[in-house]
Design a protein around this ligand. Sequence first.
Ligand SMILES: Nc1nc2c(ncn2[C@@H]2O[C@H](COP(=O)(O)OP(=O)(O)O[C@H]3O[C@H](CO)[C@@H](O)[C@H](O)[C@@H]3O)[C@@H](O)[C@H]2O)c(=O)[nH]1
Length: 242
Amino acid sequence: MSSPTGNKYTVLLPTYQERDNLPLIVWLLVKHLGGCGYNYEIIVIDDNSPDGTLEVAKQLQEIYGEDKIVLRPRKAKLGLGTAYVHGVKHATGNFIILMDADLSHHPKFIPEFIKKQSEGNYDIISGTRYALGGGVYGWDLMRKLISRGANFLAQTLLRPGASDLTGSFRMYRKDVLEELVSRCISKGYVFQMEMIVRARECGYTLGEVPISFVDRLYGESKLGGMEIVSYAKGLLYLFATT
Ligand SMILES: Nc1nc2c(ncn2[C@@H]2O[C@H](COP(=O)(O)OP(=O)(O)O[C@H]3O[C@H](CO)[C@@H](O)[C@H](O)[C@@H]3O)[C@@H](O)[C@H]2O)c(=O)[nH]1
């Protein structure tokens, strides 16, 4: 079946300890991309998860095919930002979707990203929790405050022209993403914010789609104290240098 838009979409799924989430997120991606006739591939970038995530990914590859599920594992946990950079090198789509593998980002929004992109011919589509129609469900008050606070600080200091700077559900033109990762120095969660700052520097256009972010049911967040410190350092660095 040919893709309704004539494009190929690569989904990058970074995984660390996502054995229980991977089968469902992959099934939902197959349903919302393959089921709508889109040409797509899913690249799983696993960082040697001790829970056997890679073995589950191999089983999914047998079910859905090697052209649909591509495995690009790494030997150690090297950080979320670098996992995306690694995945981009292997992507064959002309649009690339970055998202979490823990079911916080529902694949049902991807056709909305695709529609928005084609309506405005945007370089980047960013899913936003912090604009009208978006939301966060399942986080405790502390986690909501951390996310809102980080976003507010970044908005105030960087004025980047995107309402959700810390979110990670986005779609990029491949050449745009390649250019941005070549400029980006962040390795961890702060990568998402730096990408938007670099996009503004390059003059790329950005459209937003409201999304609902739902906290994971299985497994645990990897956003610990060290990541928060590194986010704060990254924010100050971007404020001072851009
Ligand atoms: N390969 C790889 N994957 C990783 C790593 N660290 C995290 N991941 C994967 O990255 C995704 C997000 O990680 P979580 O730890 O589940 O993130 P979260 O707490 O739900 O954080 C969400 O909110 C943050 C703040 O808004 C976002 O910055 C973040 O991207 C994410 O959407 C998951 O698929 C997780 O397995 C890593 O070092 N390597």
